[in-house]
Each structure stands twice: as C-alpha cells, then as structure tokens.
Design a binder for this molecule. Structure first.
Ligand code: ZN
Length: 314
C-alpha cells in the first residue's frame, strides 16, 4: 500500500500525517509554526517529515500552504500570516527531505480531501467553502482541481457582494467573507446584542455581560438554547452564504457545495435555511436540479489528507 505524508502548514501550527490510499490517517506529527522565518518553517516541516518517515515507508510529501501558490505548484507567492514572499517552498523542502514534494494552496487541499474521501465522494463537480476567519474556497471540476491560469483561482471569499461594503483584509470593500464567515457570525451577534440586549440575554450571559466578549462558541451555544440574537446572527450568515452559493452556481453549476471550517460544526443550526434561500435565489430555479449543500465530513484533517493524496497522484 502506497503511503504519503500530508502537511497542513497554518499560521500557528504545522500538522503532518501519514495517509493511506483510502484516506485513513495512520500516524501524526505536530510542530509549532515559526511564522517569522521561511527557513525555520522549512526546517520544521522537514523535521516532522523525518519523524514520520522513520516509522513508515512513504513515497512522497504533499504540502498544503496557507498562501498563494503559483501555477507550477512550487513557489508560494505570498502568505498573509507567514513570512513567505516568492518562497521556493518545493525546492527547499525537497532538498531537506529527499522525497518528491508537491505544494498546494491549503483550501485547495481541503477541497480535494473532501472530494476524494469526505462529503464530496461520488461527485465530479464540487465547490468547497470553508467558513472561518475568512472564507476559504476550493473547486473541483470534472474530477480535476481547478487552480486558474496562475494558481490563484478559487479565492471565493473575495467576491464583492456589497458595493462600498465592510472593509476586508485584502484591501477591498464588501467581500463575501465579511458577511458569511465565522468572523461575520460573531460580528453580527455582537451588533444584535448591542442593539437589543433583552433579546440576547443568554448570549450576553455566556459572554460575561458585554457584546465585545462574544466569541463563536457563545453564538452557537446560545442559538441552541433559543437565544433570539444568536439565531438572528446565524440567519444573517445563512442568507449571505446562500446568495454567494447561488452566484457560484450561476457560473460553475456544481453537483454539490461542501460547507467546512469551524462554523460547519453548527451546520444543523443554519444549513436548512441556506438550502431554502439558495433555492429561492438560484437563476433558472424550478427548471434545474438543485446542488446538494452538505456539511464537511473530515474536519480539520481534510487539508492534510488532501495534500497527501495530491502527492500520491502527482
Ligand atoms: Zn477581500
């Protein structure tokens, strides 16, 4: 059985694992991310790979990197949370580990993992939307990962949905991720609680009394207990999520959407609403099949599993 290593390189930790052909994770190694130094990041990746390779016969390494990966799948052009600028990541890590290495954007690797082994199994056209600090996107079309001409495609979170809207970390205004991410959920819950504290009694109780103390877990917990402000925050995010999915369907016509990221743990609180709103806003509605809208299945390991599989298929 061919084994490969998948490495998910995030802003705070480097999660690596040995992955079998069927997507099972057989072993893991974790390192903190030395975010300030590209050299130390490469060393930490190599160290984790060496630990795993000493215990398993592995044939290749896939790296999922939180940044813009170029079309040769070798260099990271830029990373918002790491010191990578035109970083030759593939070359560096190949020299350190002595195994074939592929580099993939982390959201693409996550989408690939869900397509192969998670909620997208059996589908050929899949759009993965990960709701966290922002919105990560990955697109599989006809069984191939869609990267765009220069490797920069599927940055779904930065579609502008509101002209002159909220400022985004990317420098533009009104990006989708300002309205339909985990951060958007918390922001809206704080706004709701400040506007009408009596409708947010449980939410404010969990948050220690002040709207600014509200975090994601408070919104989910309060919504489960029927808190009106928390439920309204989920409705806000569900509406904007549905609008973005309907727009994506107009362009891509996927067979299913997979909703991942931290917020997907609360899928039961908002996905039905997303499905209803999506069906109501879809162009050609009533005359086309409805894409499935499903919660992700692999959780935080999807990126590691996807990167390992991409290394196997290199
Ligand atoms: Zn943006």
């Amino acid at each position: 059985m061919a084994l490969t290593i998948g490495v998910d390189i995030g802003g705070t930790k480097i999660a690596s694992g040995v992955v079998a052909e069927d997507g099972r994770i057989l072993d893991r190694a974790l390192r903190p991310t030395p975010a300030d130094s590209p050299e130390l990041v490469a060393d930490a990746i190599a160290d984790a790979v060496a630990e795993l390779a000493a215990r398993h016969a592995v044939e290749a390494v896939g790296l999922g990197a939180a940044g813009f990966v170029d079309e040769t799948r070798s260099n990271v052009r830029f990373a918002p949370n790491l010191a990578w600028r035109e970083e030759p990541l593939r070359k560096k890590v190949t020299e350190l580990v002595g195994l074939p290495v592929v580099v993939e954007n982390d959201a693409n690797a996550t989408a690939w993992g869900e397509y192969r082994f998670g909620a997208g199994r059996g589908e050929s056209h899949v759009v993965c939307v990960a709701l966290g600090t922002g919105i990560g996107g990955g697109i599989v079309l006809g069984g191939d990962l869609y990267r765009g001409r220069w490797g920069m495609g599927a940055e779904l979170g930065h579609m502008q949905v509101v002209p002159e809207g909220l400022p985004c970390g990317c420098g533009n205004h009104g990006c989708w991720e300002q309205y339909a991410s985990g951060n958007a959920l918390v922001r809206q819950a704080r706004i709701n609680a400040a506007a009408d504290p009596s409708a947010a009694a449980r939410l404010l109780d969990l948050a220690g009394g002040a709207p600014d103390g509200i975090v994601g877990q408070h919104v989910t917990a309060a919504a489960r207990e029927g808190d009106a402000a928390a439920l309204a925050a989920f409705e806000f995010v569900a509406g904007w999520l549905a609008q973005g999915l309907a727009d994506l369907a107009a362009v891509l016509d996927p067979g299913c959407f997979i909703i991942g990221g931290g917020v997907s743990g609360a899928a039961d609180l908002f996905l039905d609403r997303v499905r209803d709103d999506y069906a109501a806003r879809l162009t050609g509605r009533g005359h086309r099949p409805l894409a499935g809208i499903r919660a992700a299945e692999l959780g935080p390991a999807a990126g590691m599993v996807g990167a390992a599989d991409l290394a196997r298929l290199r």
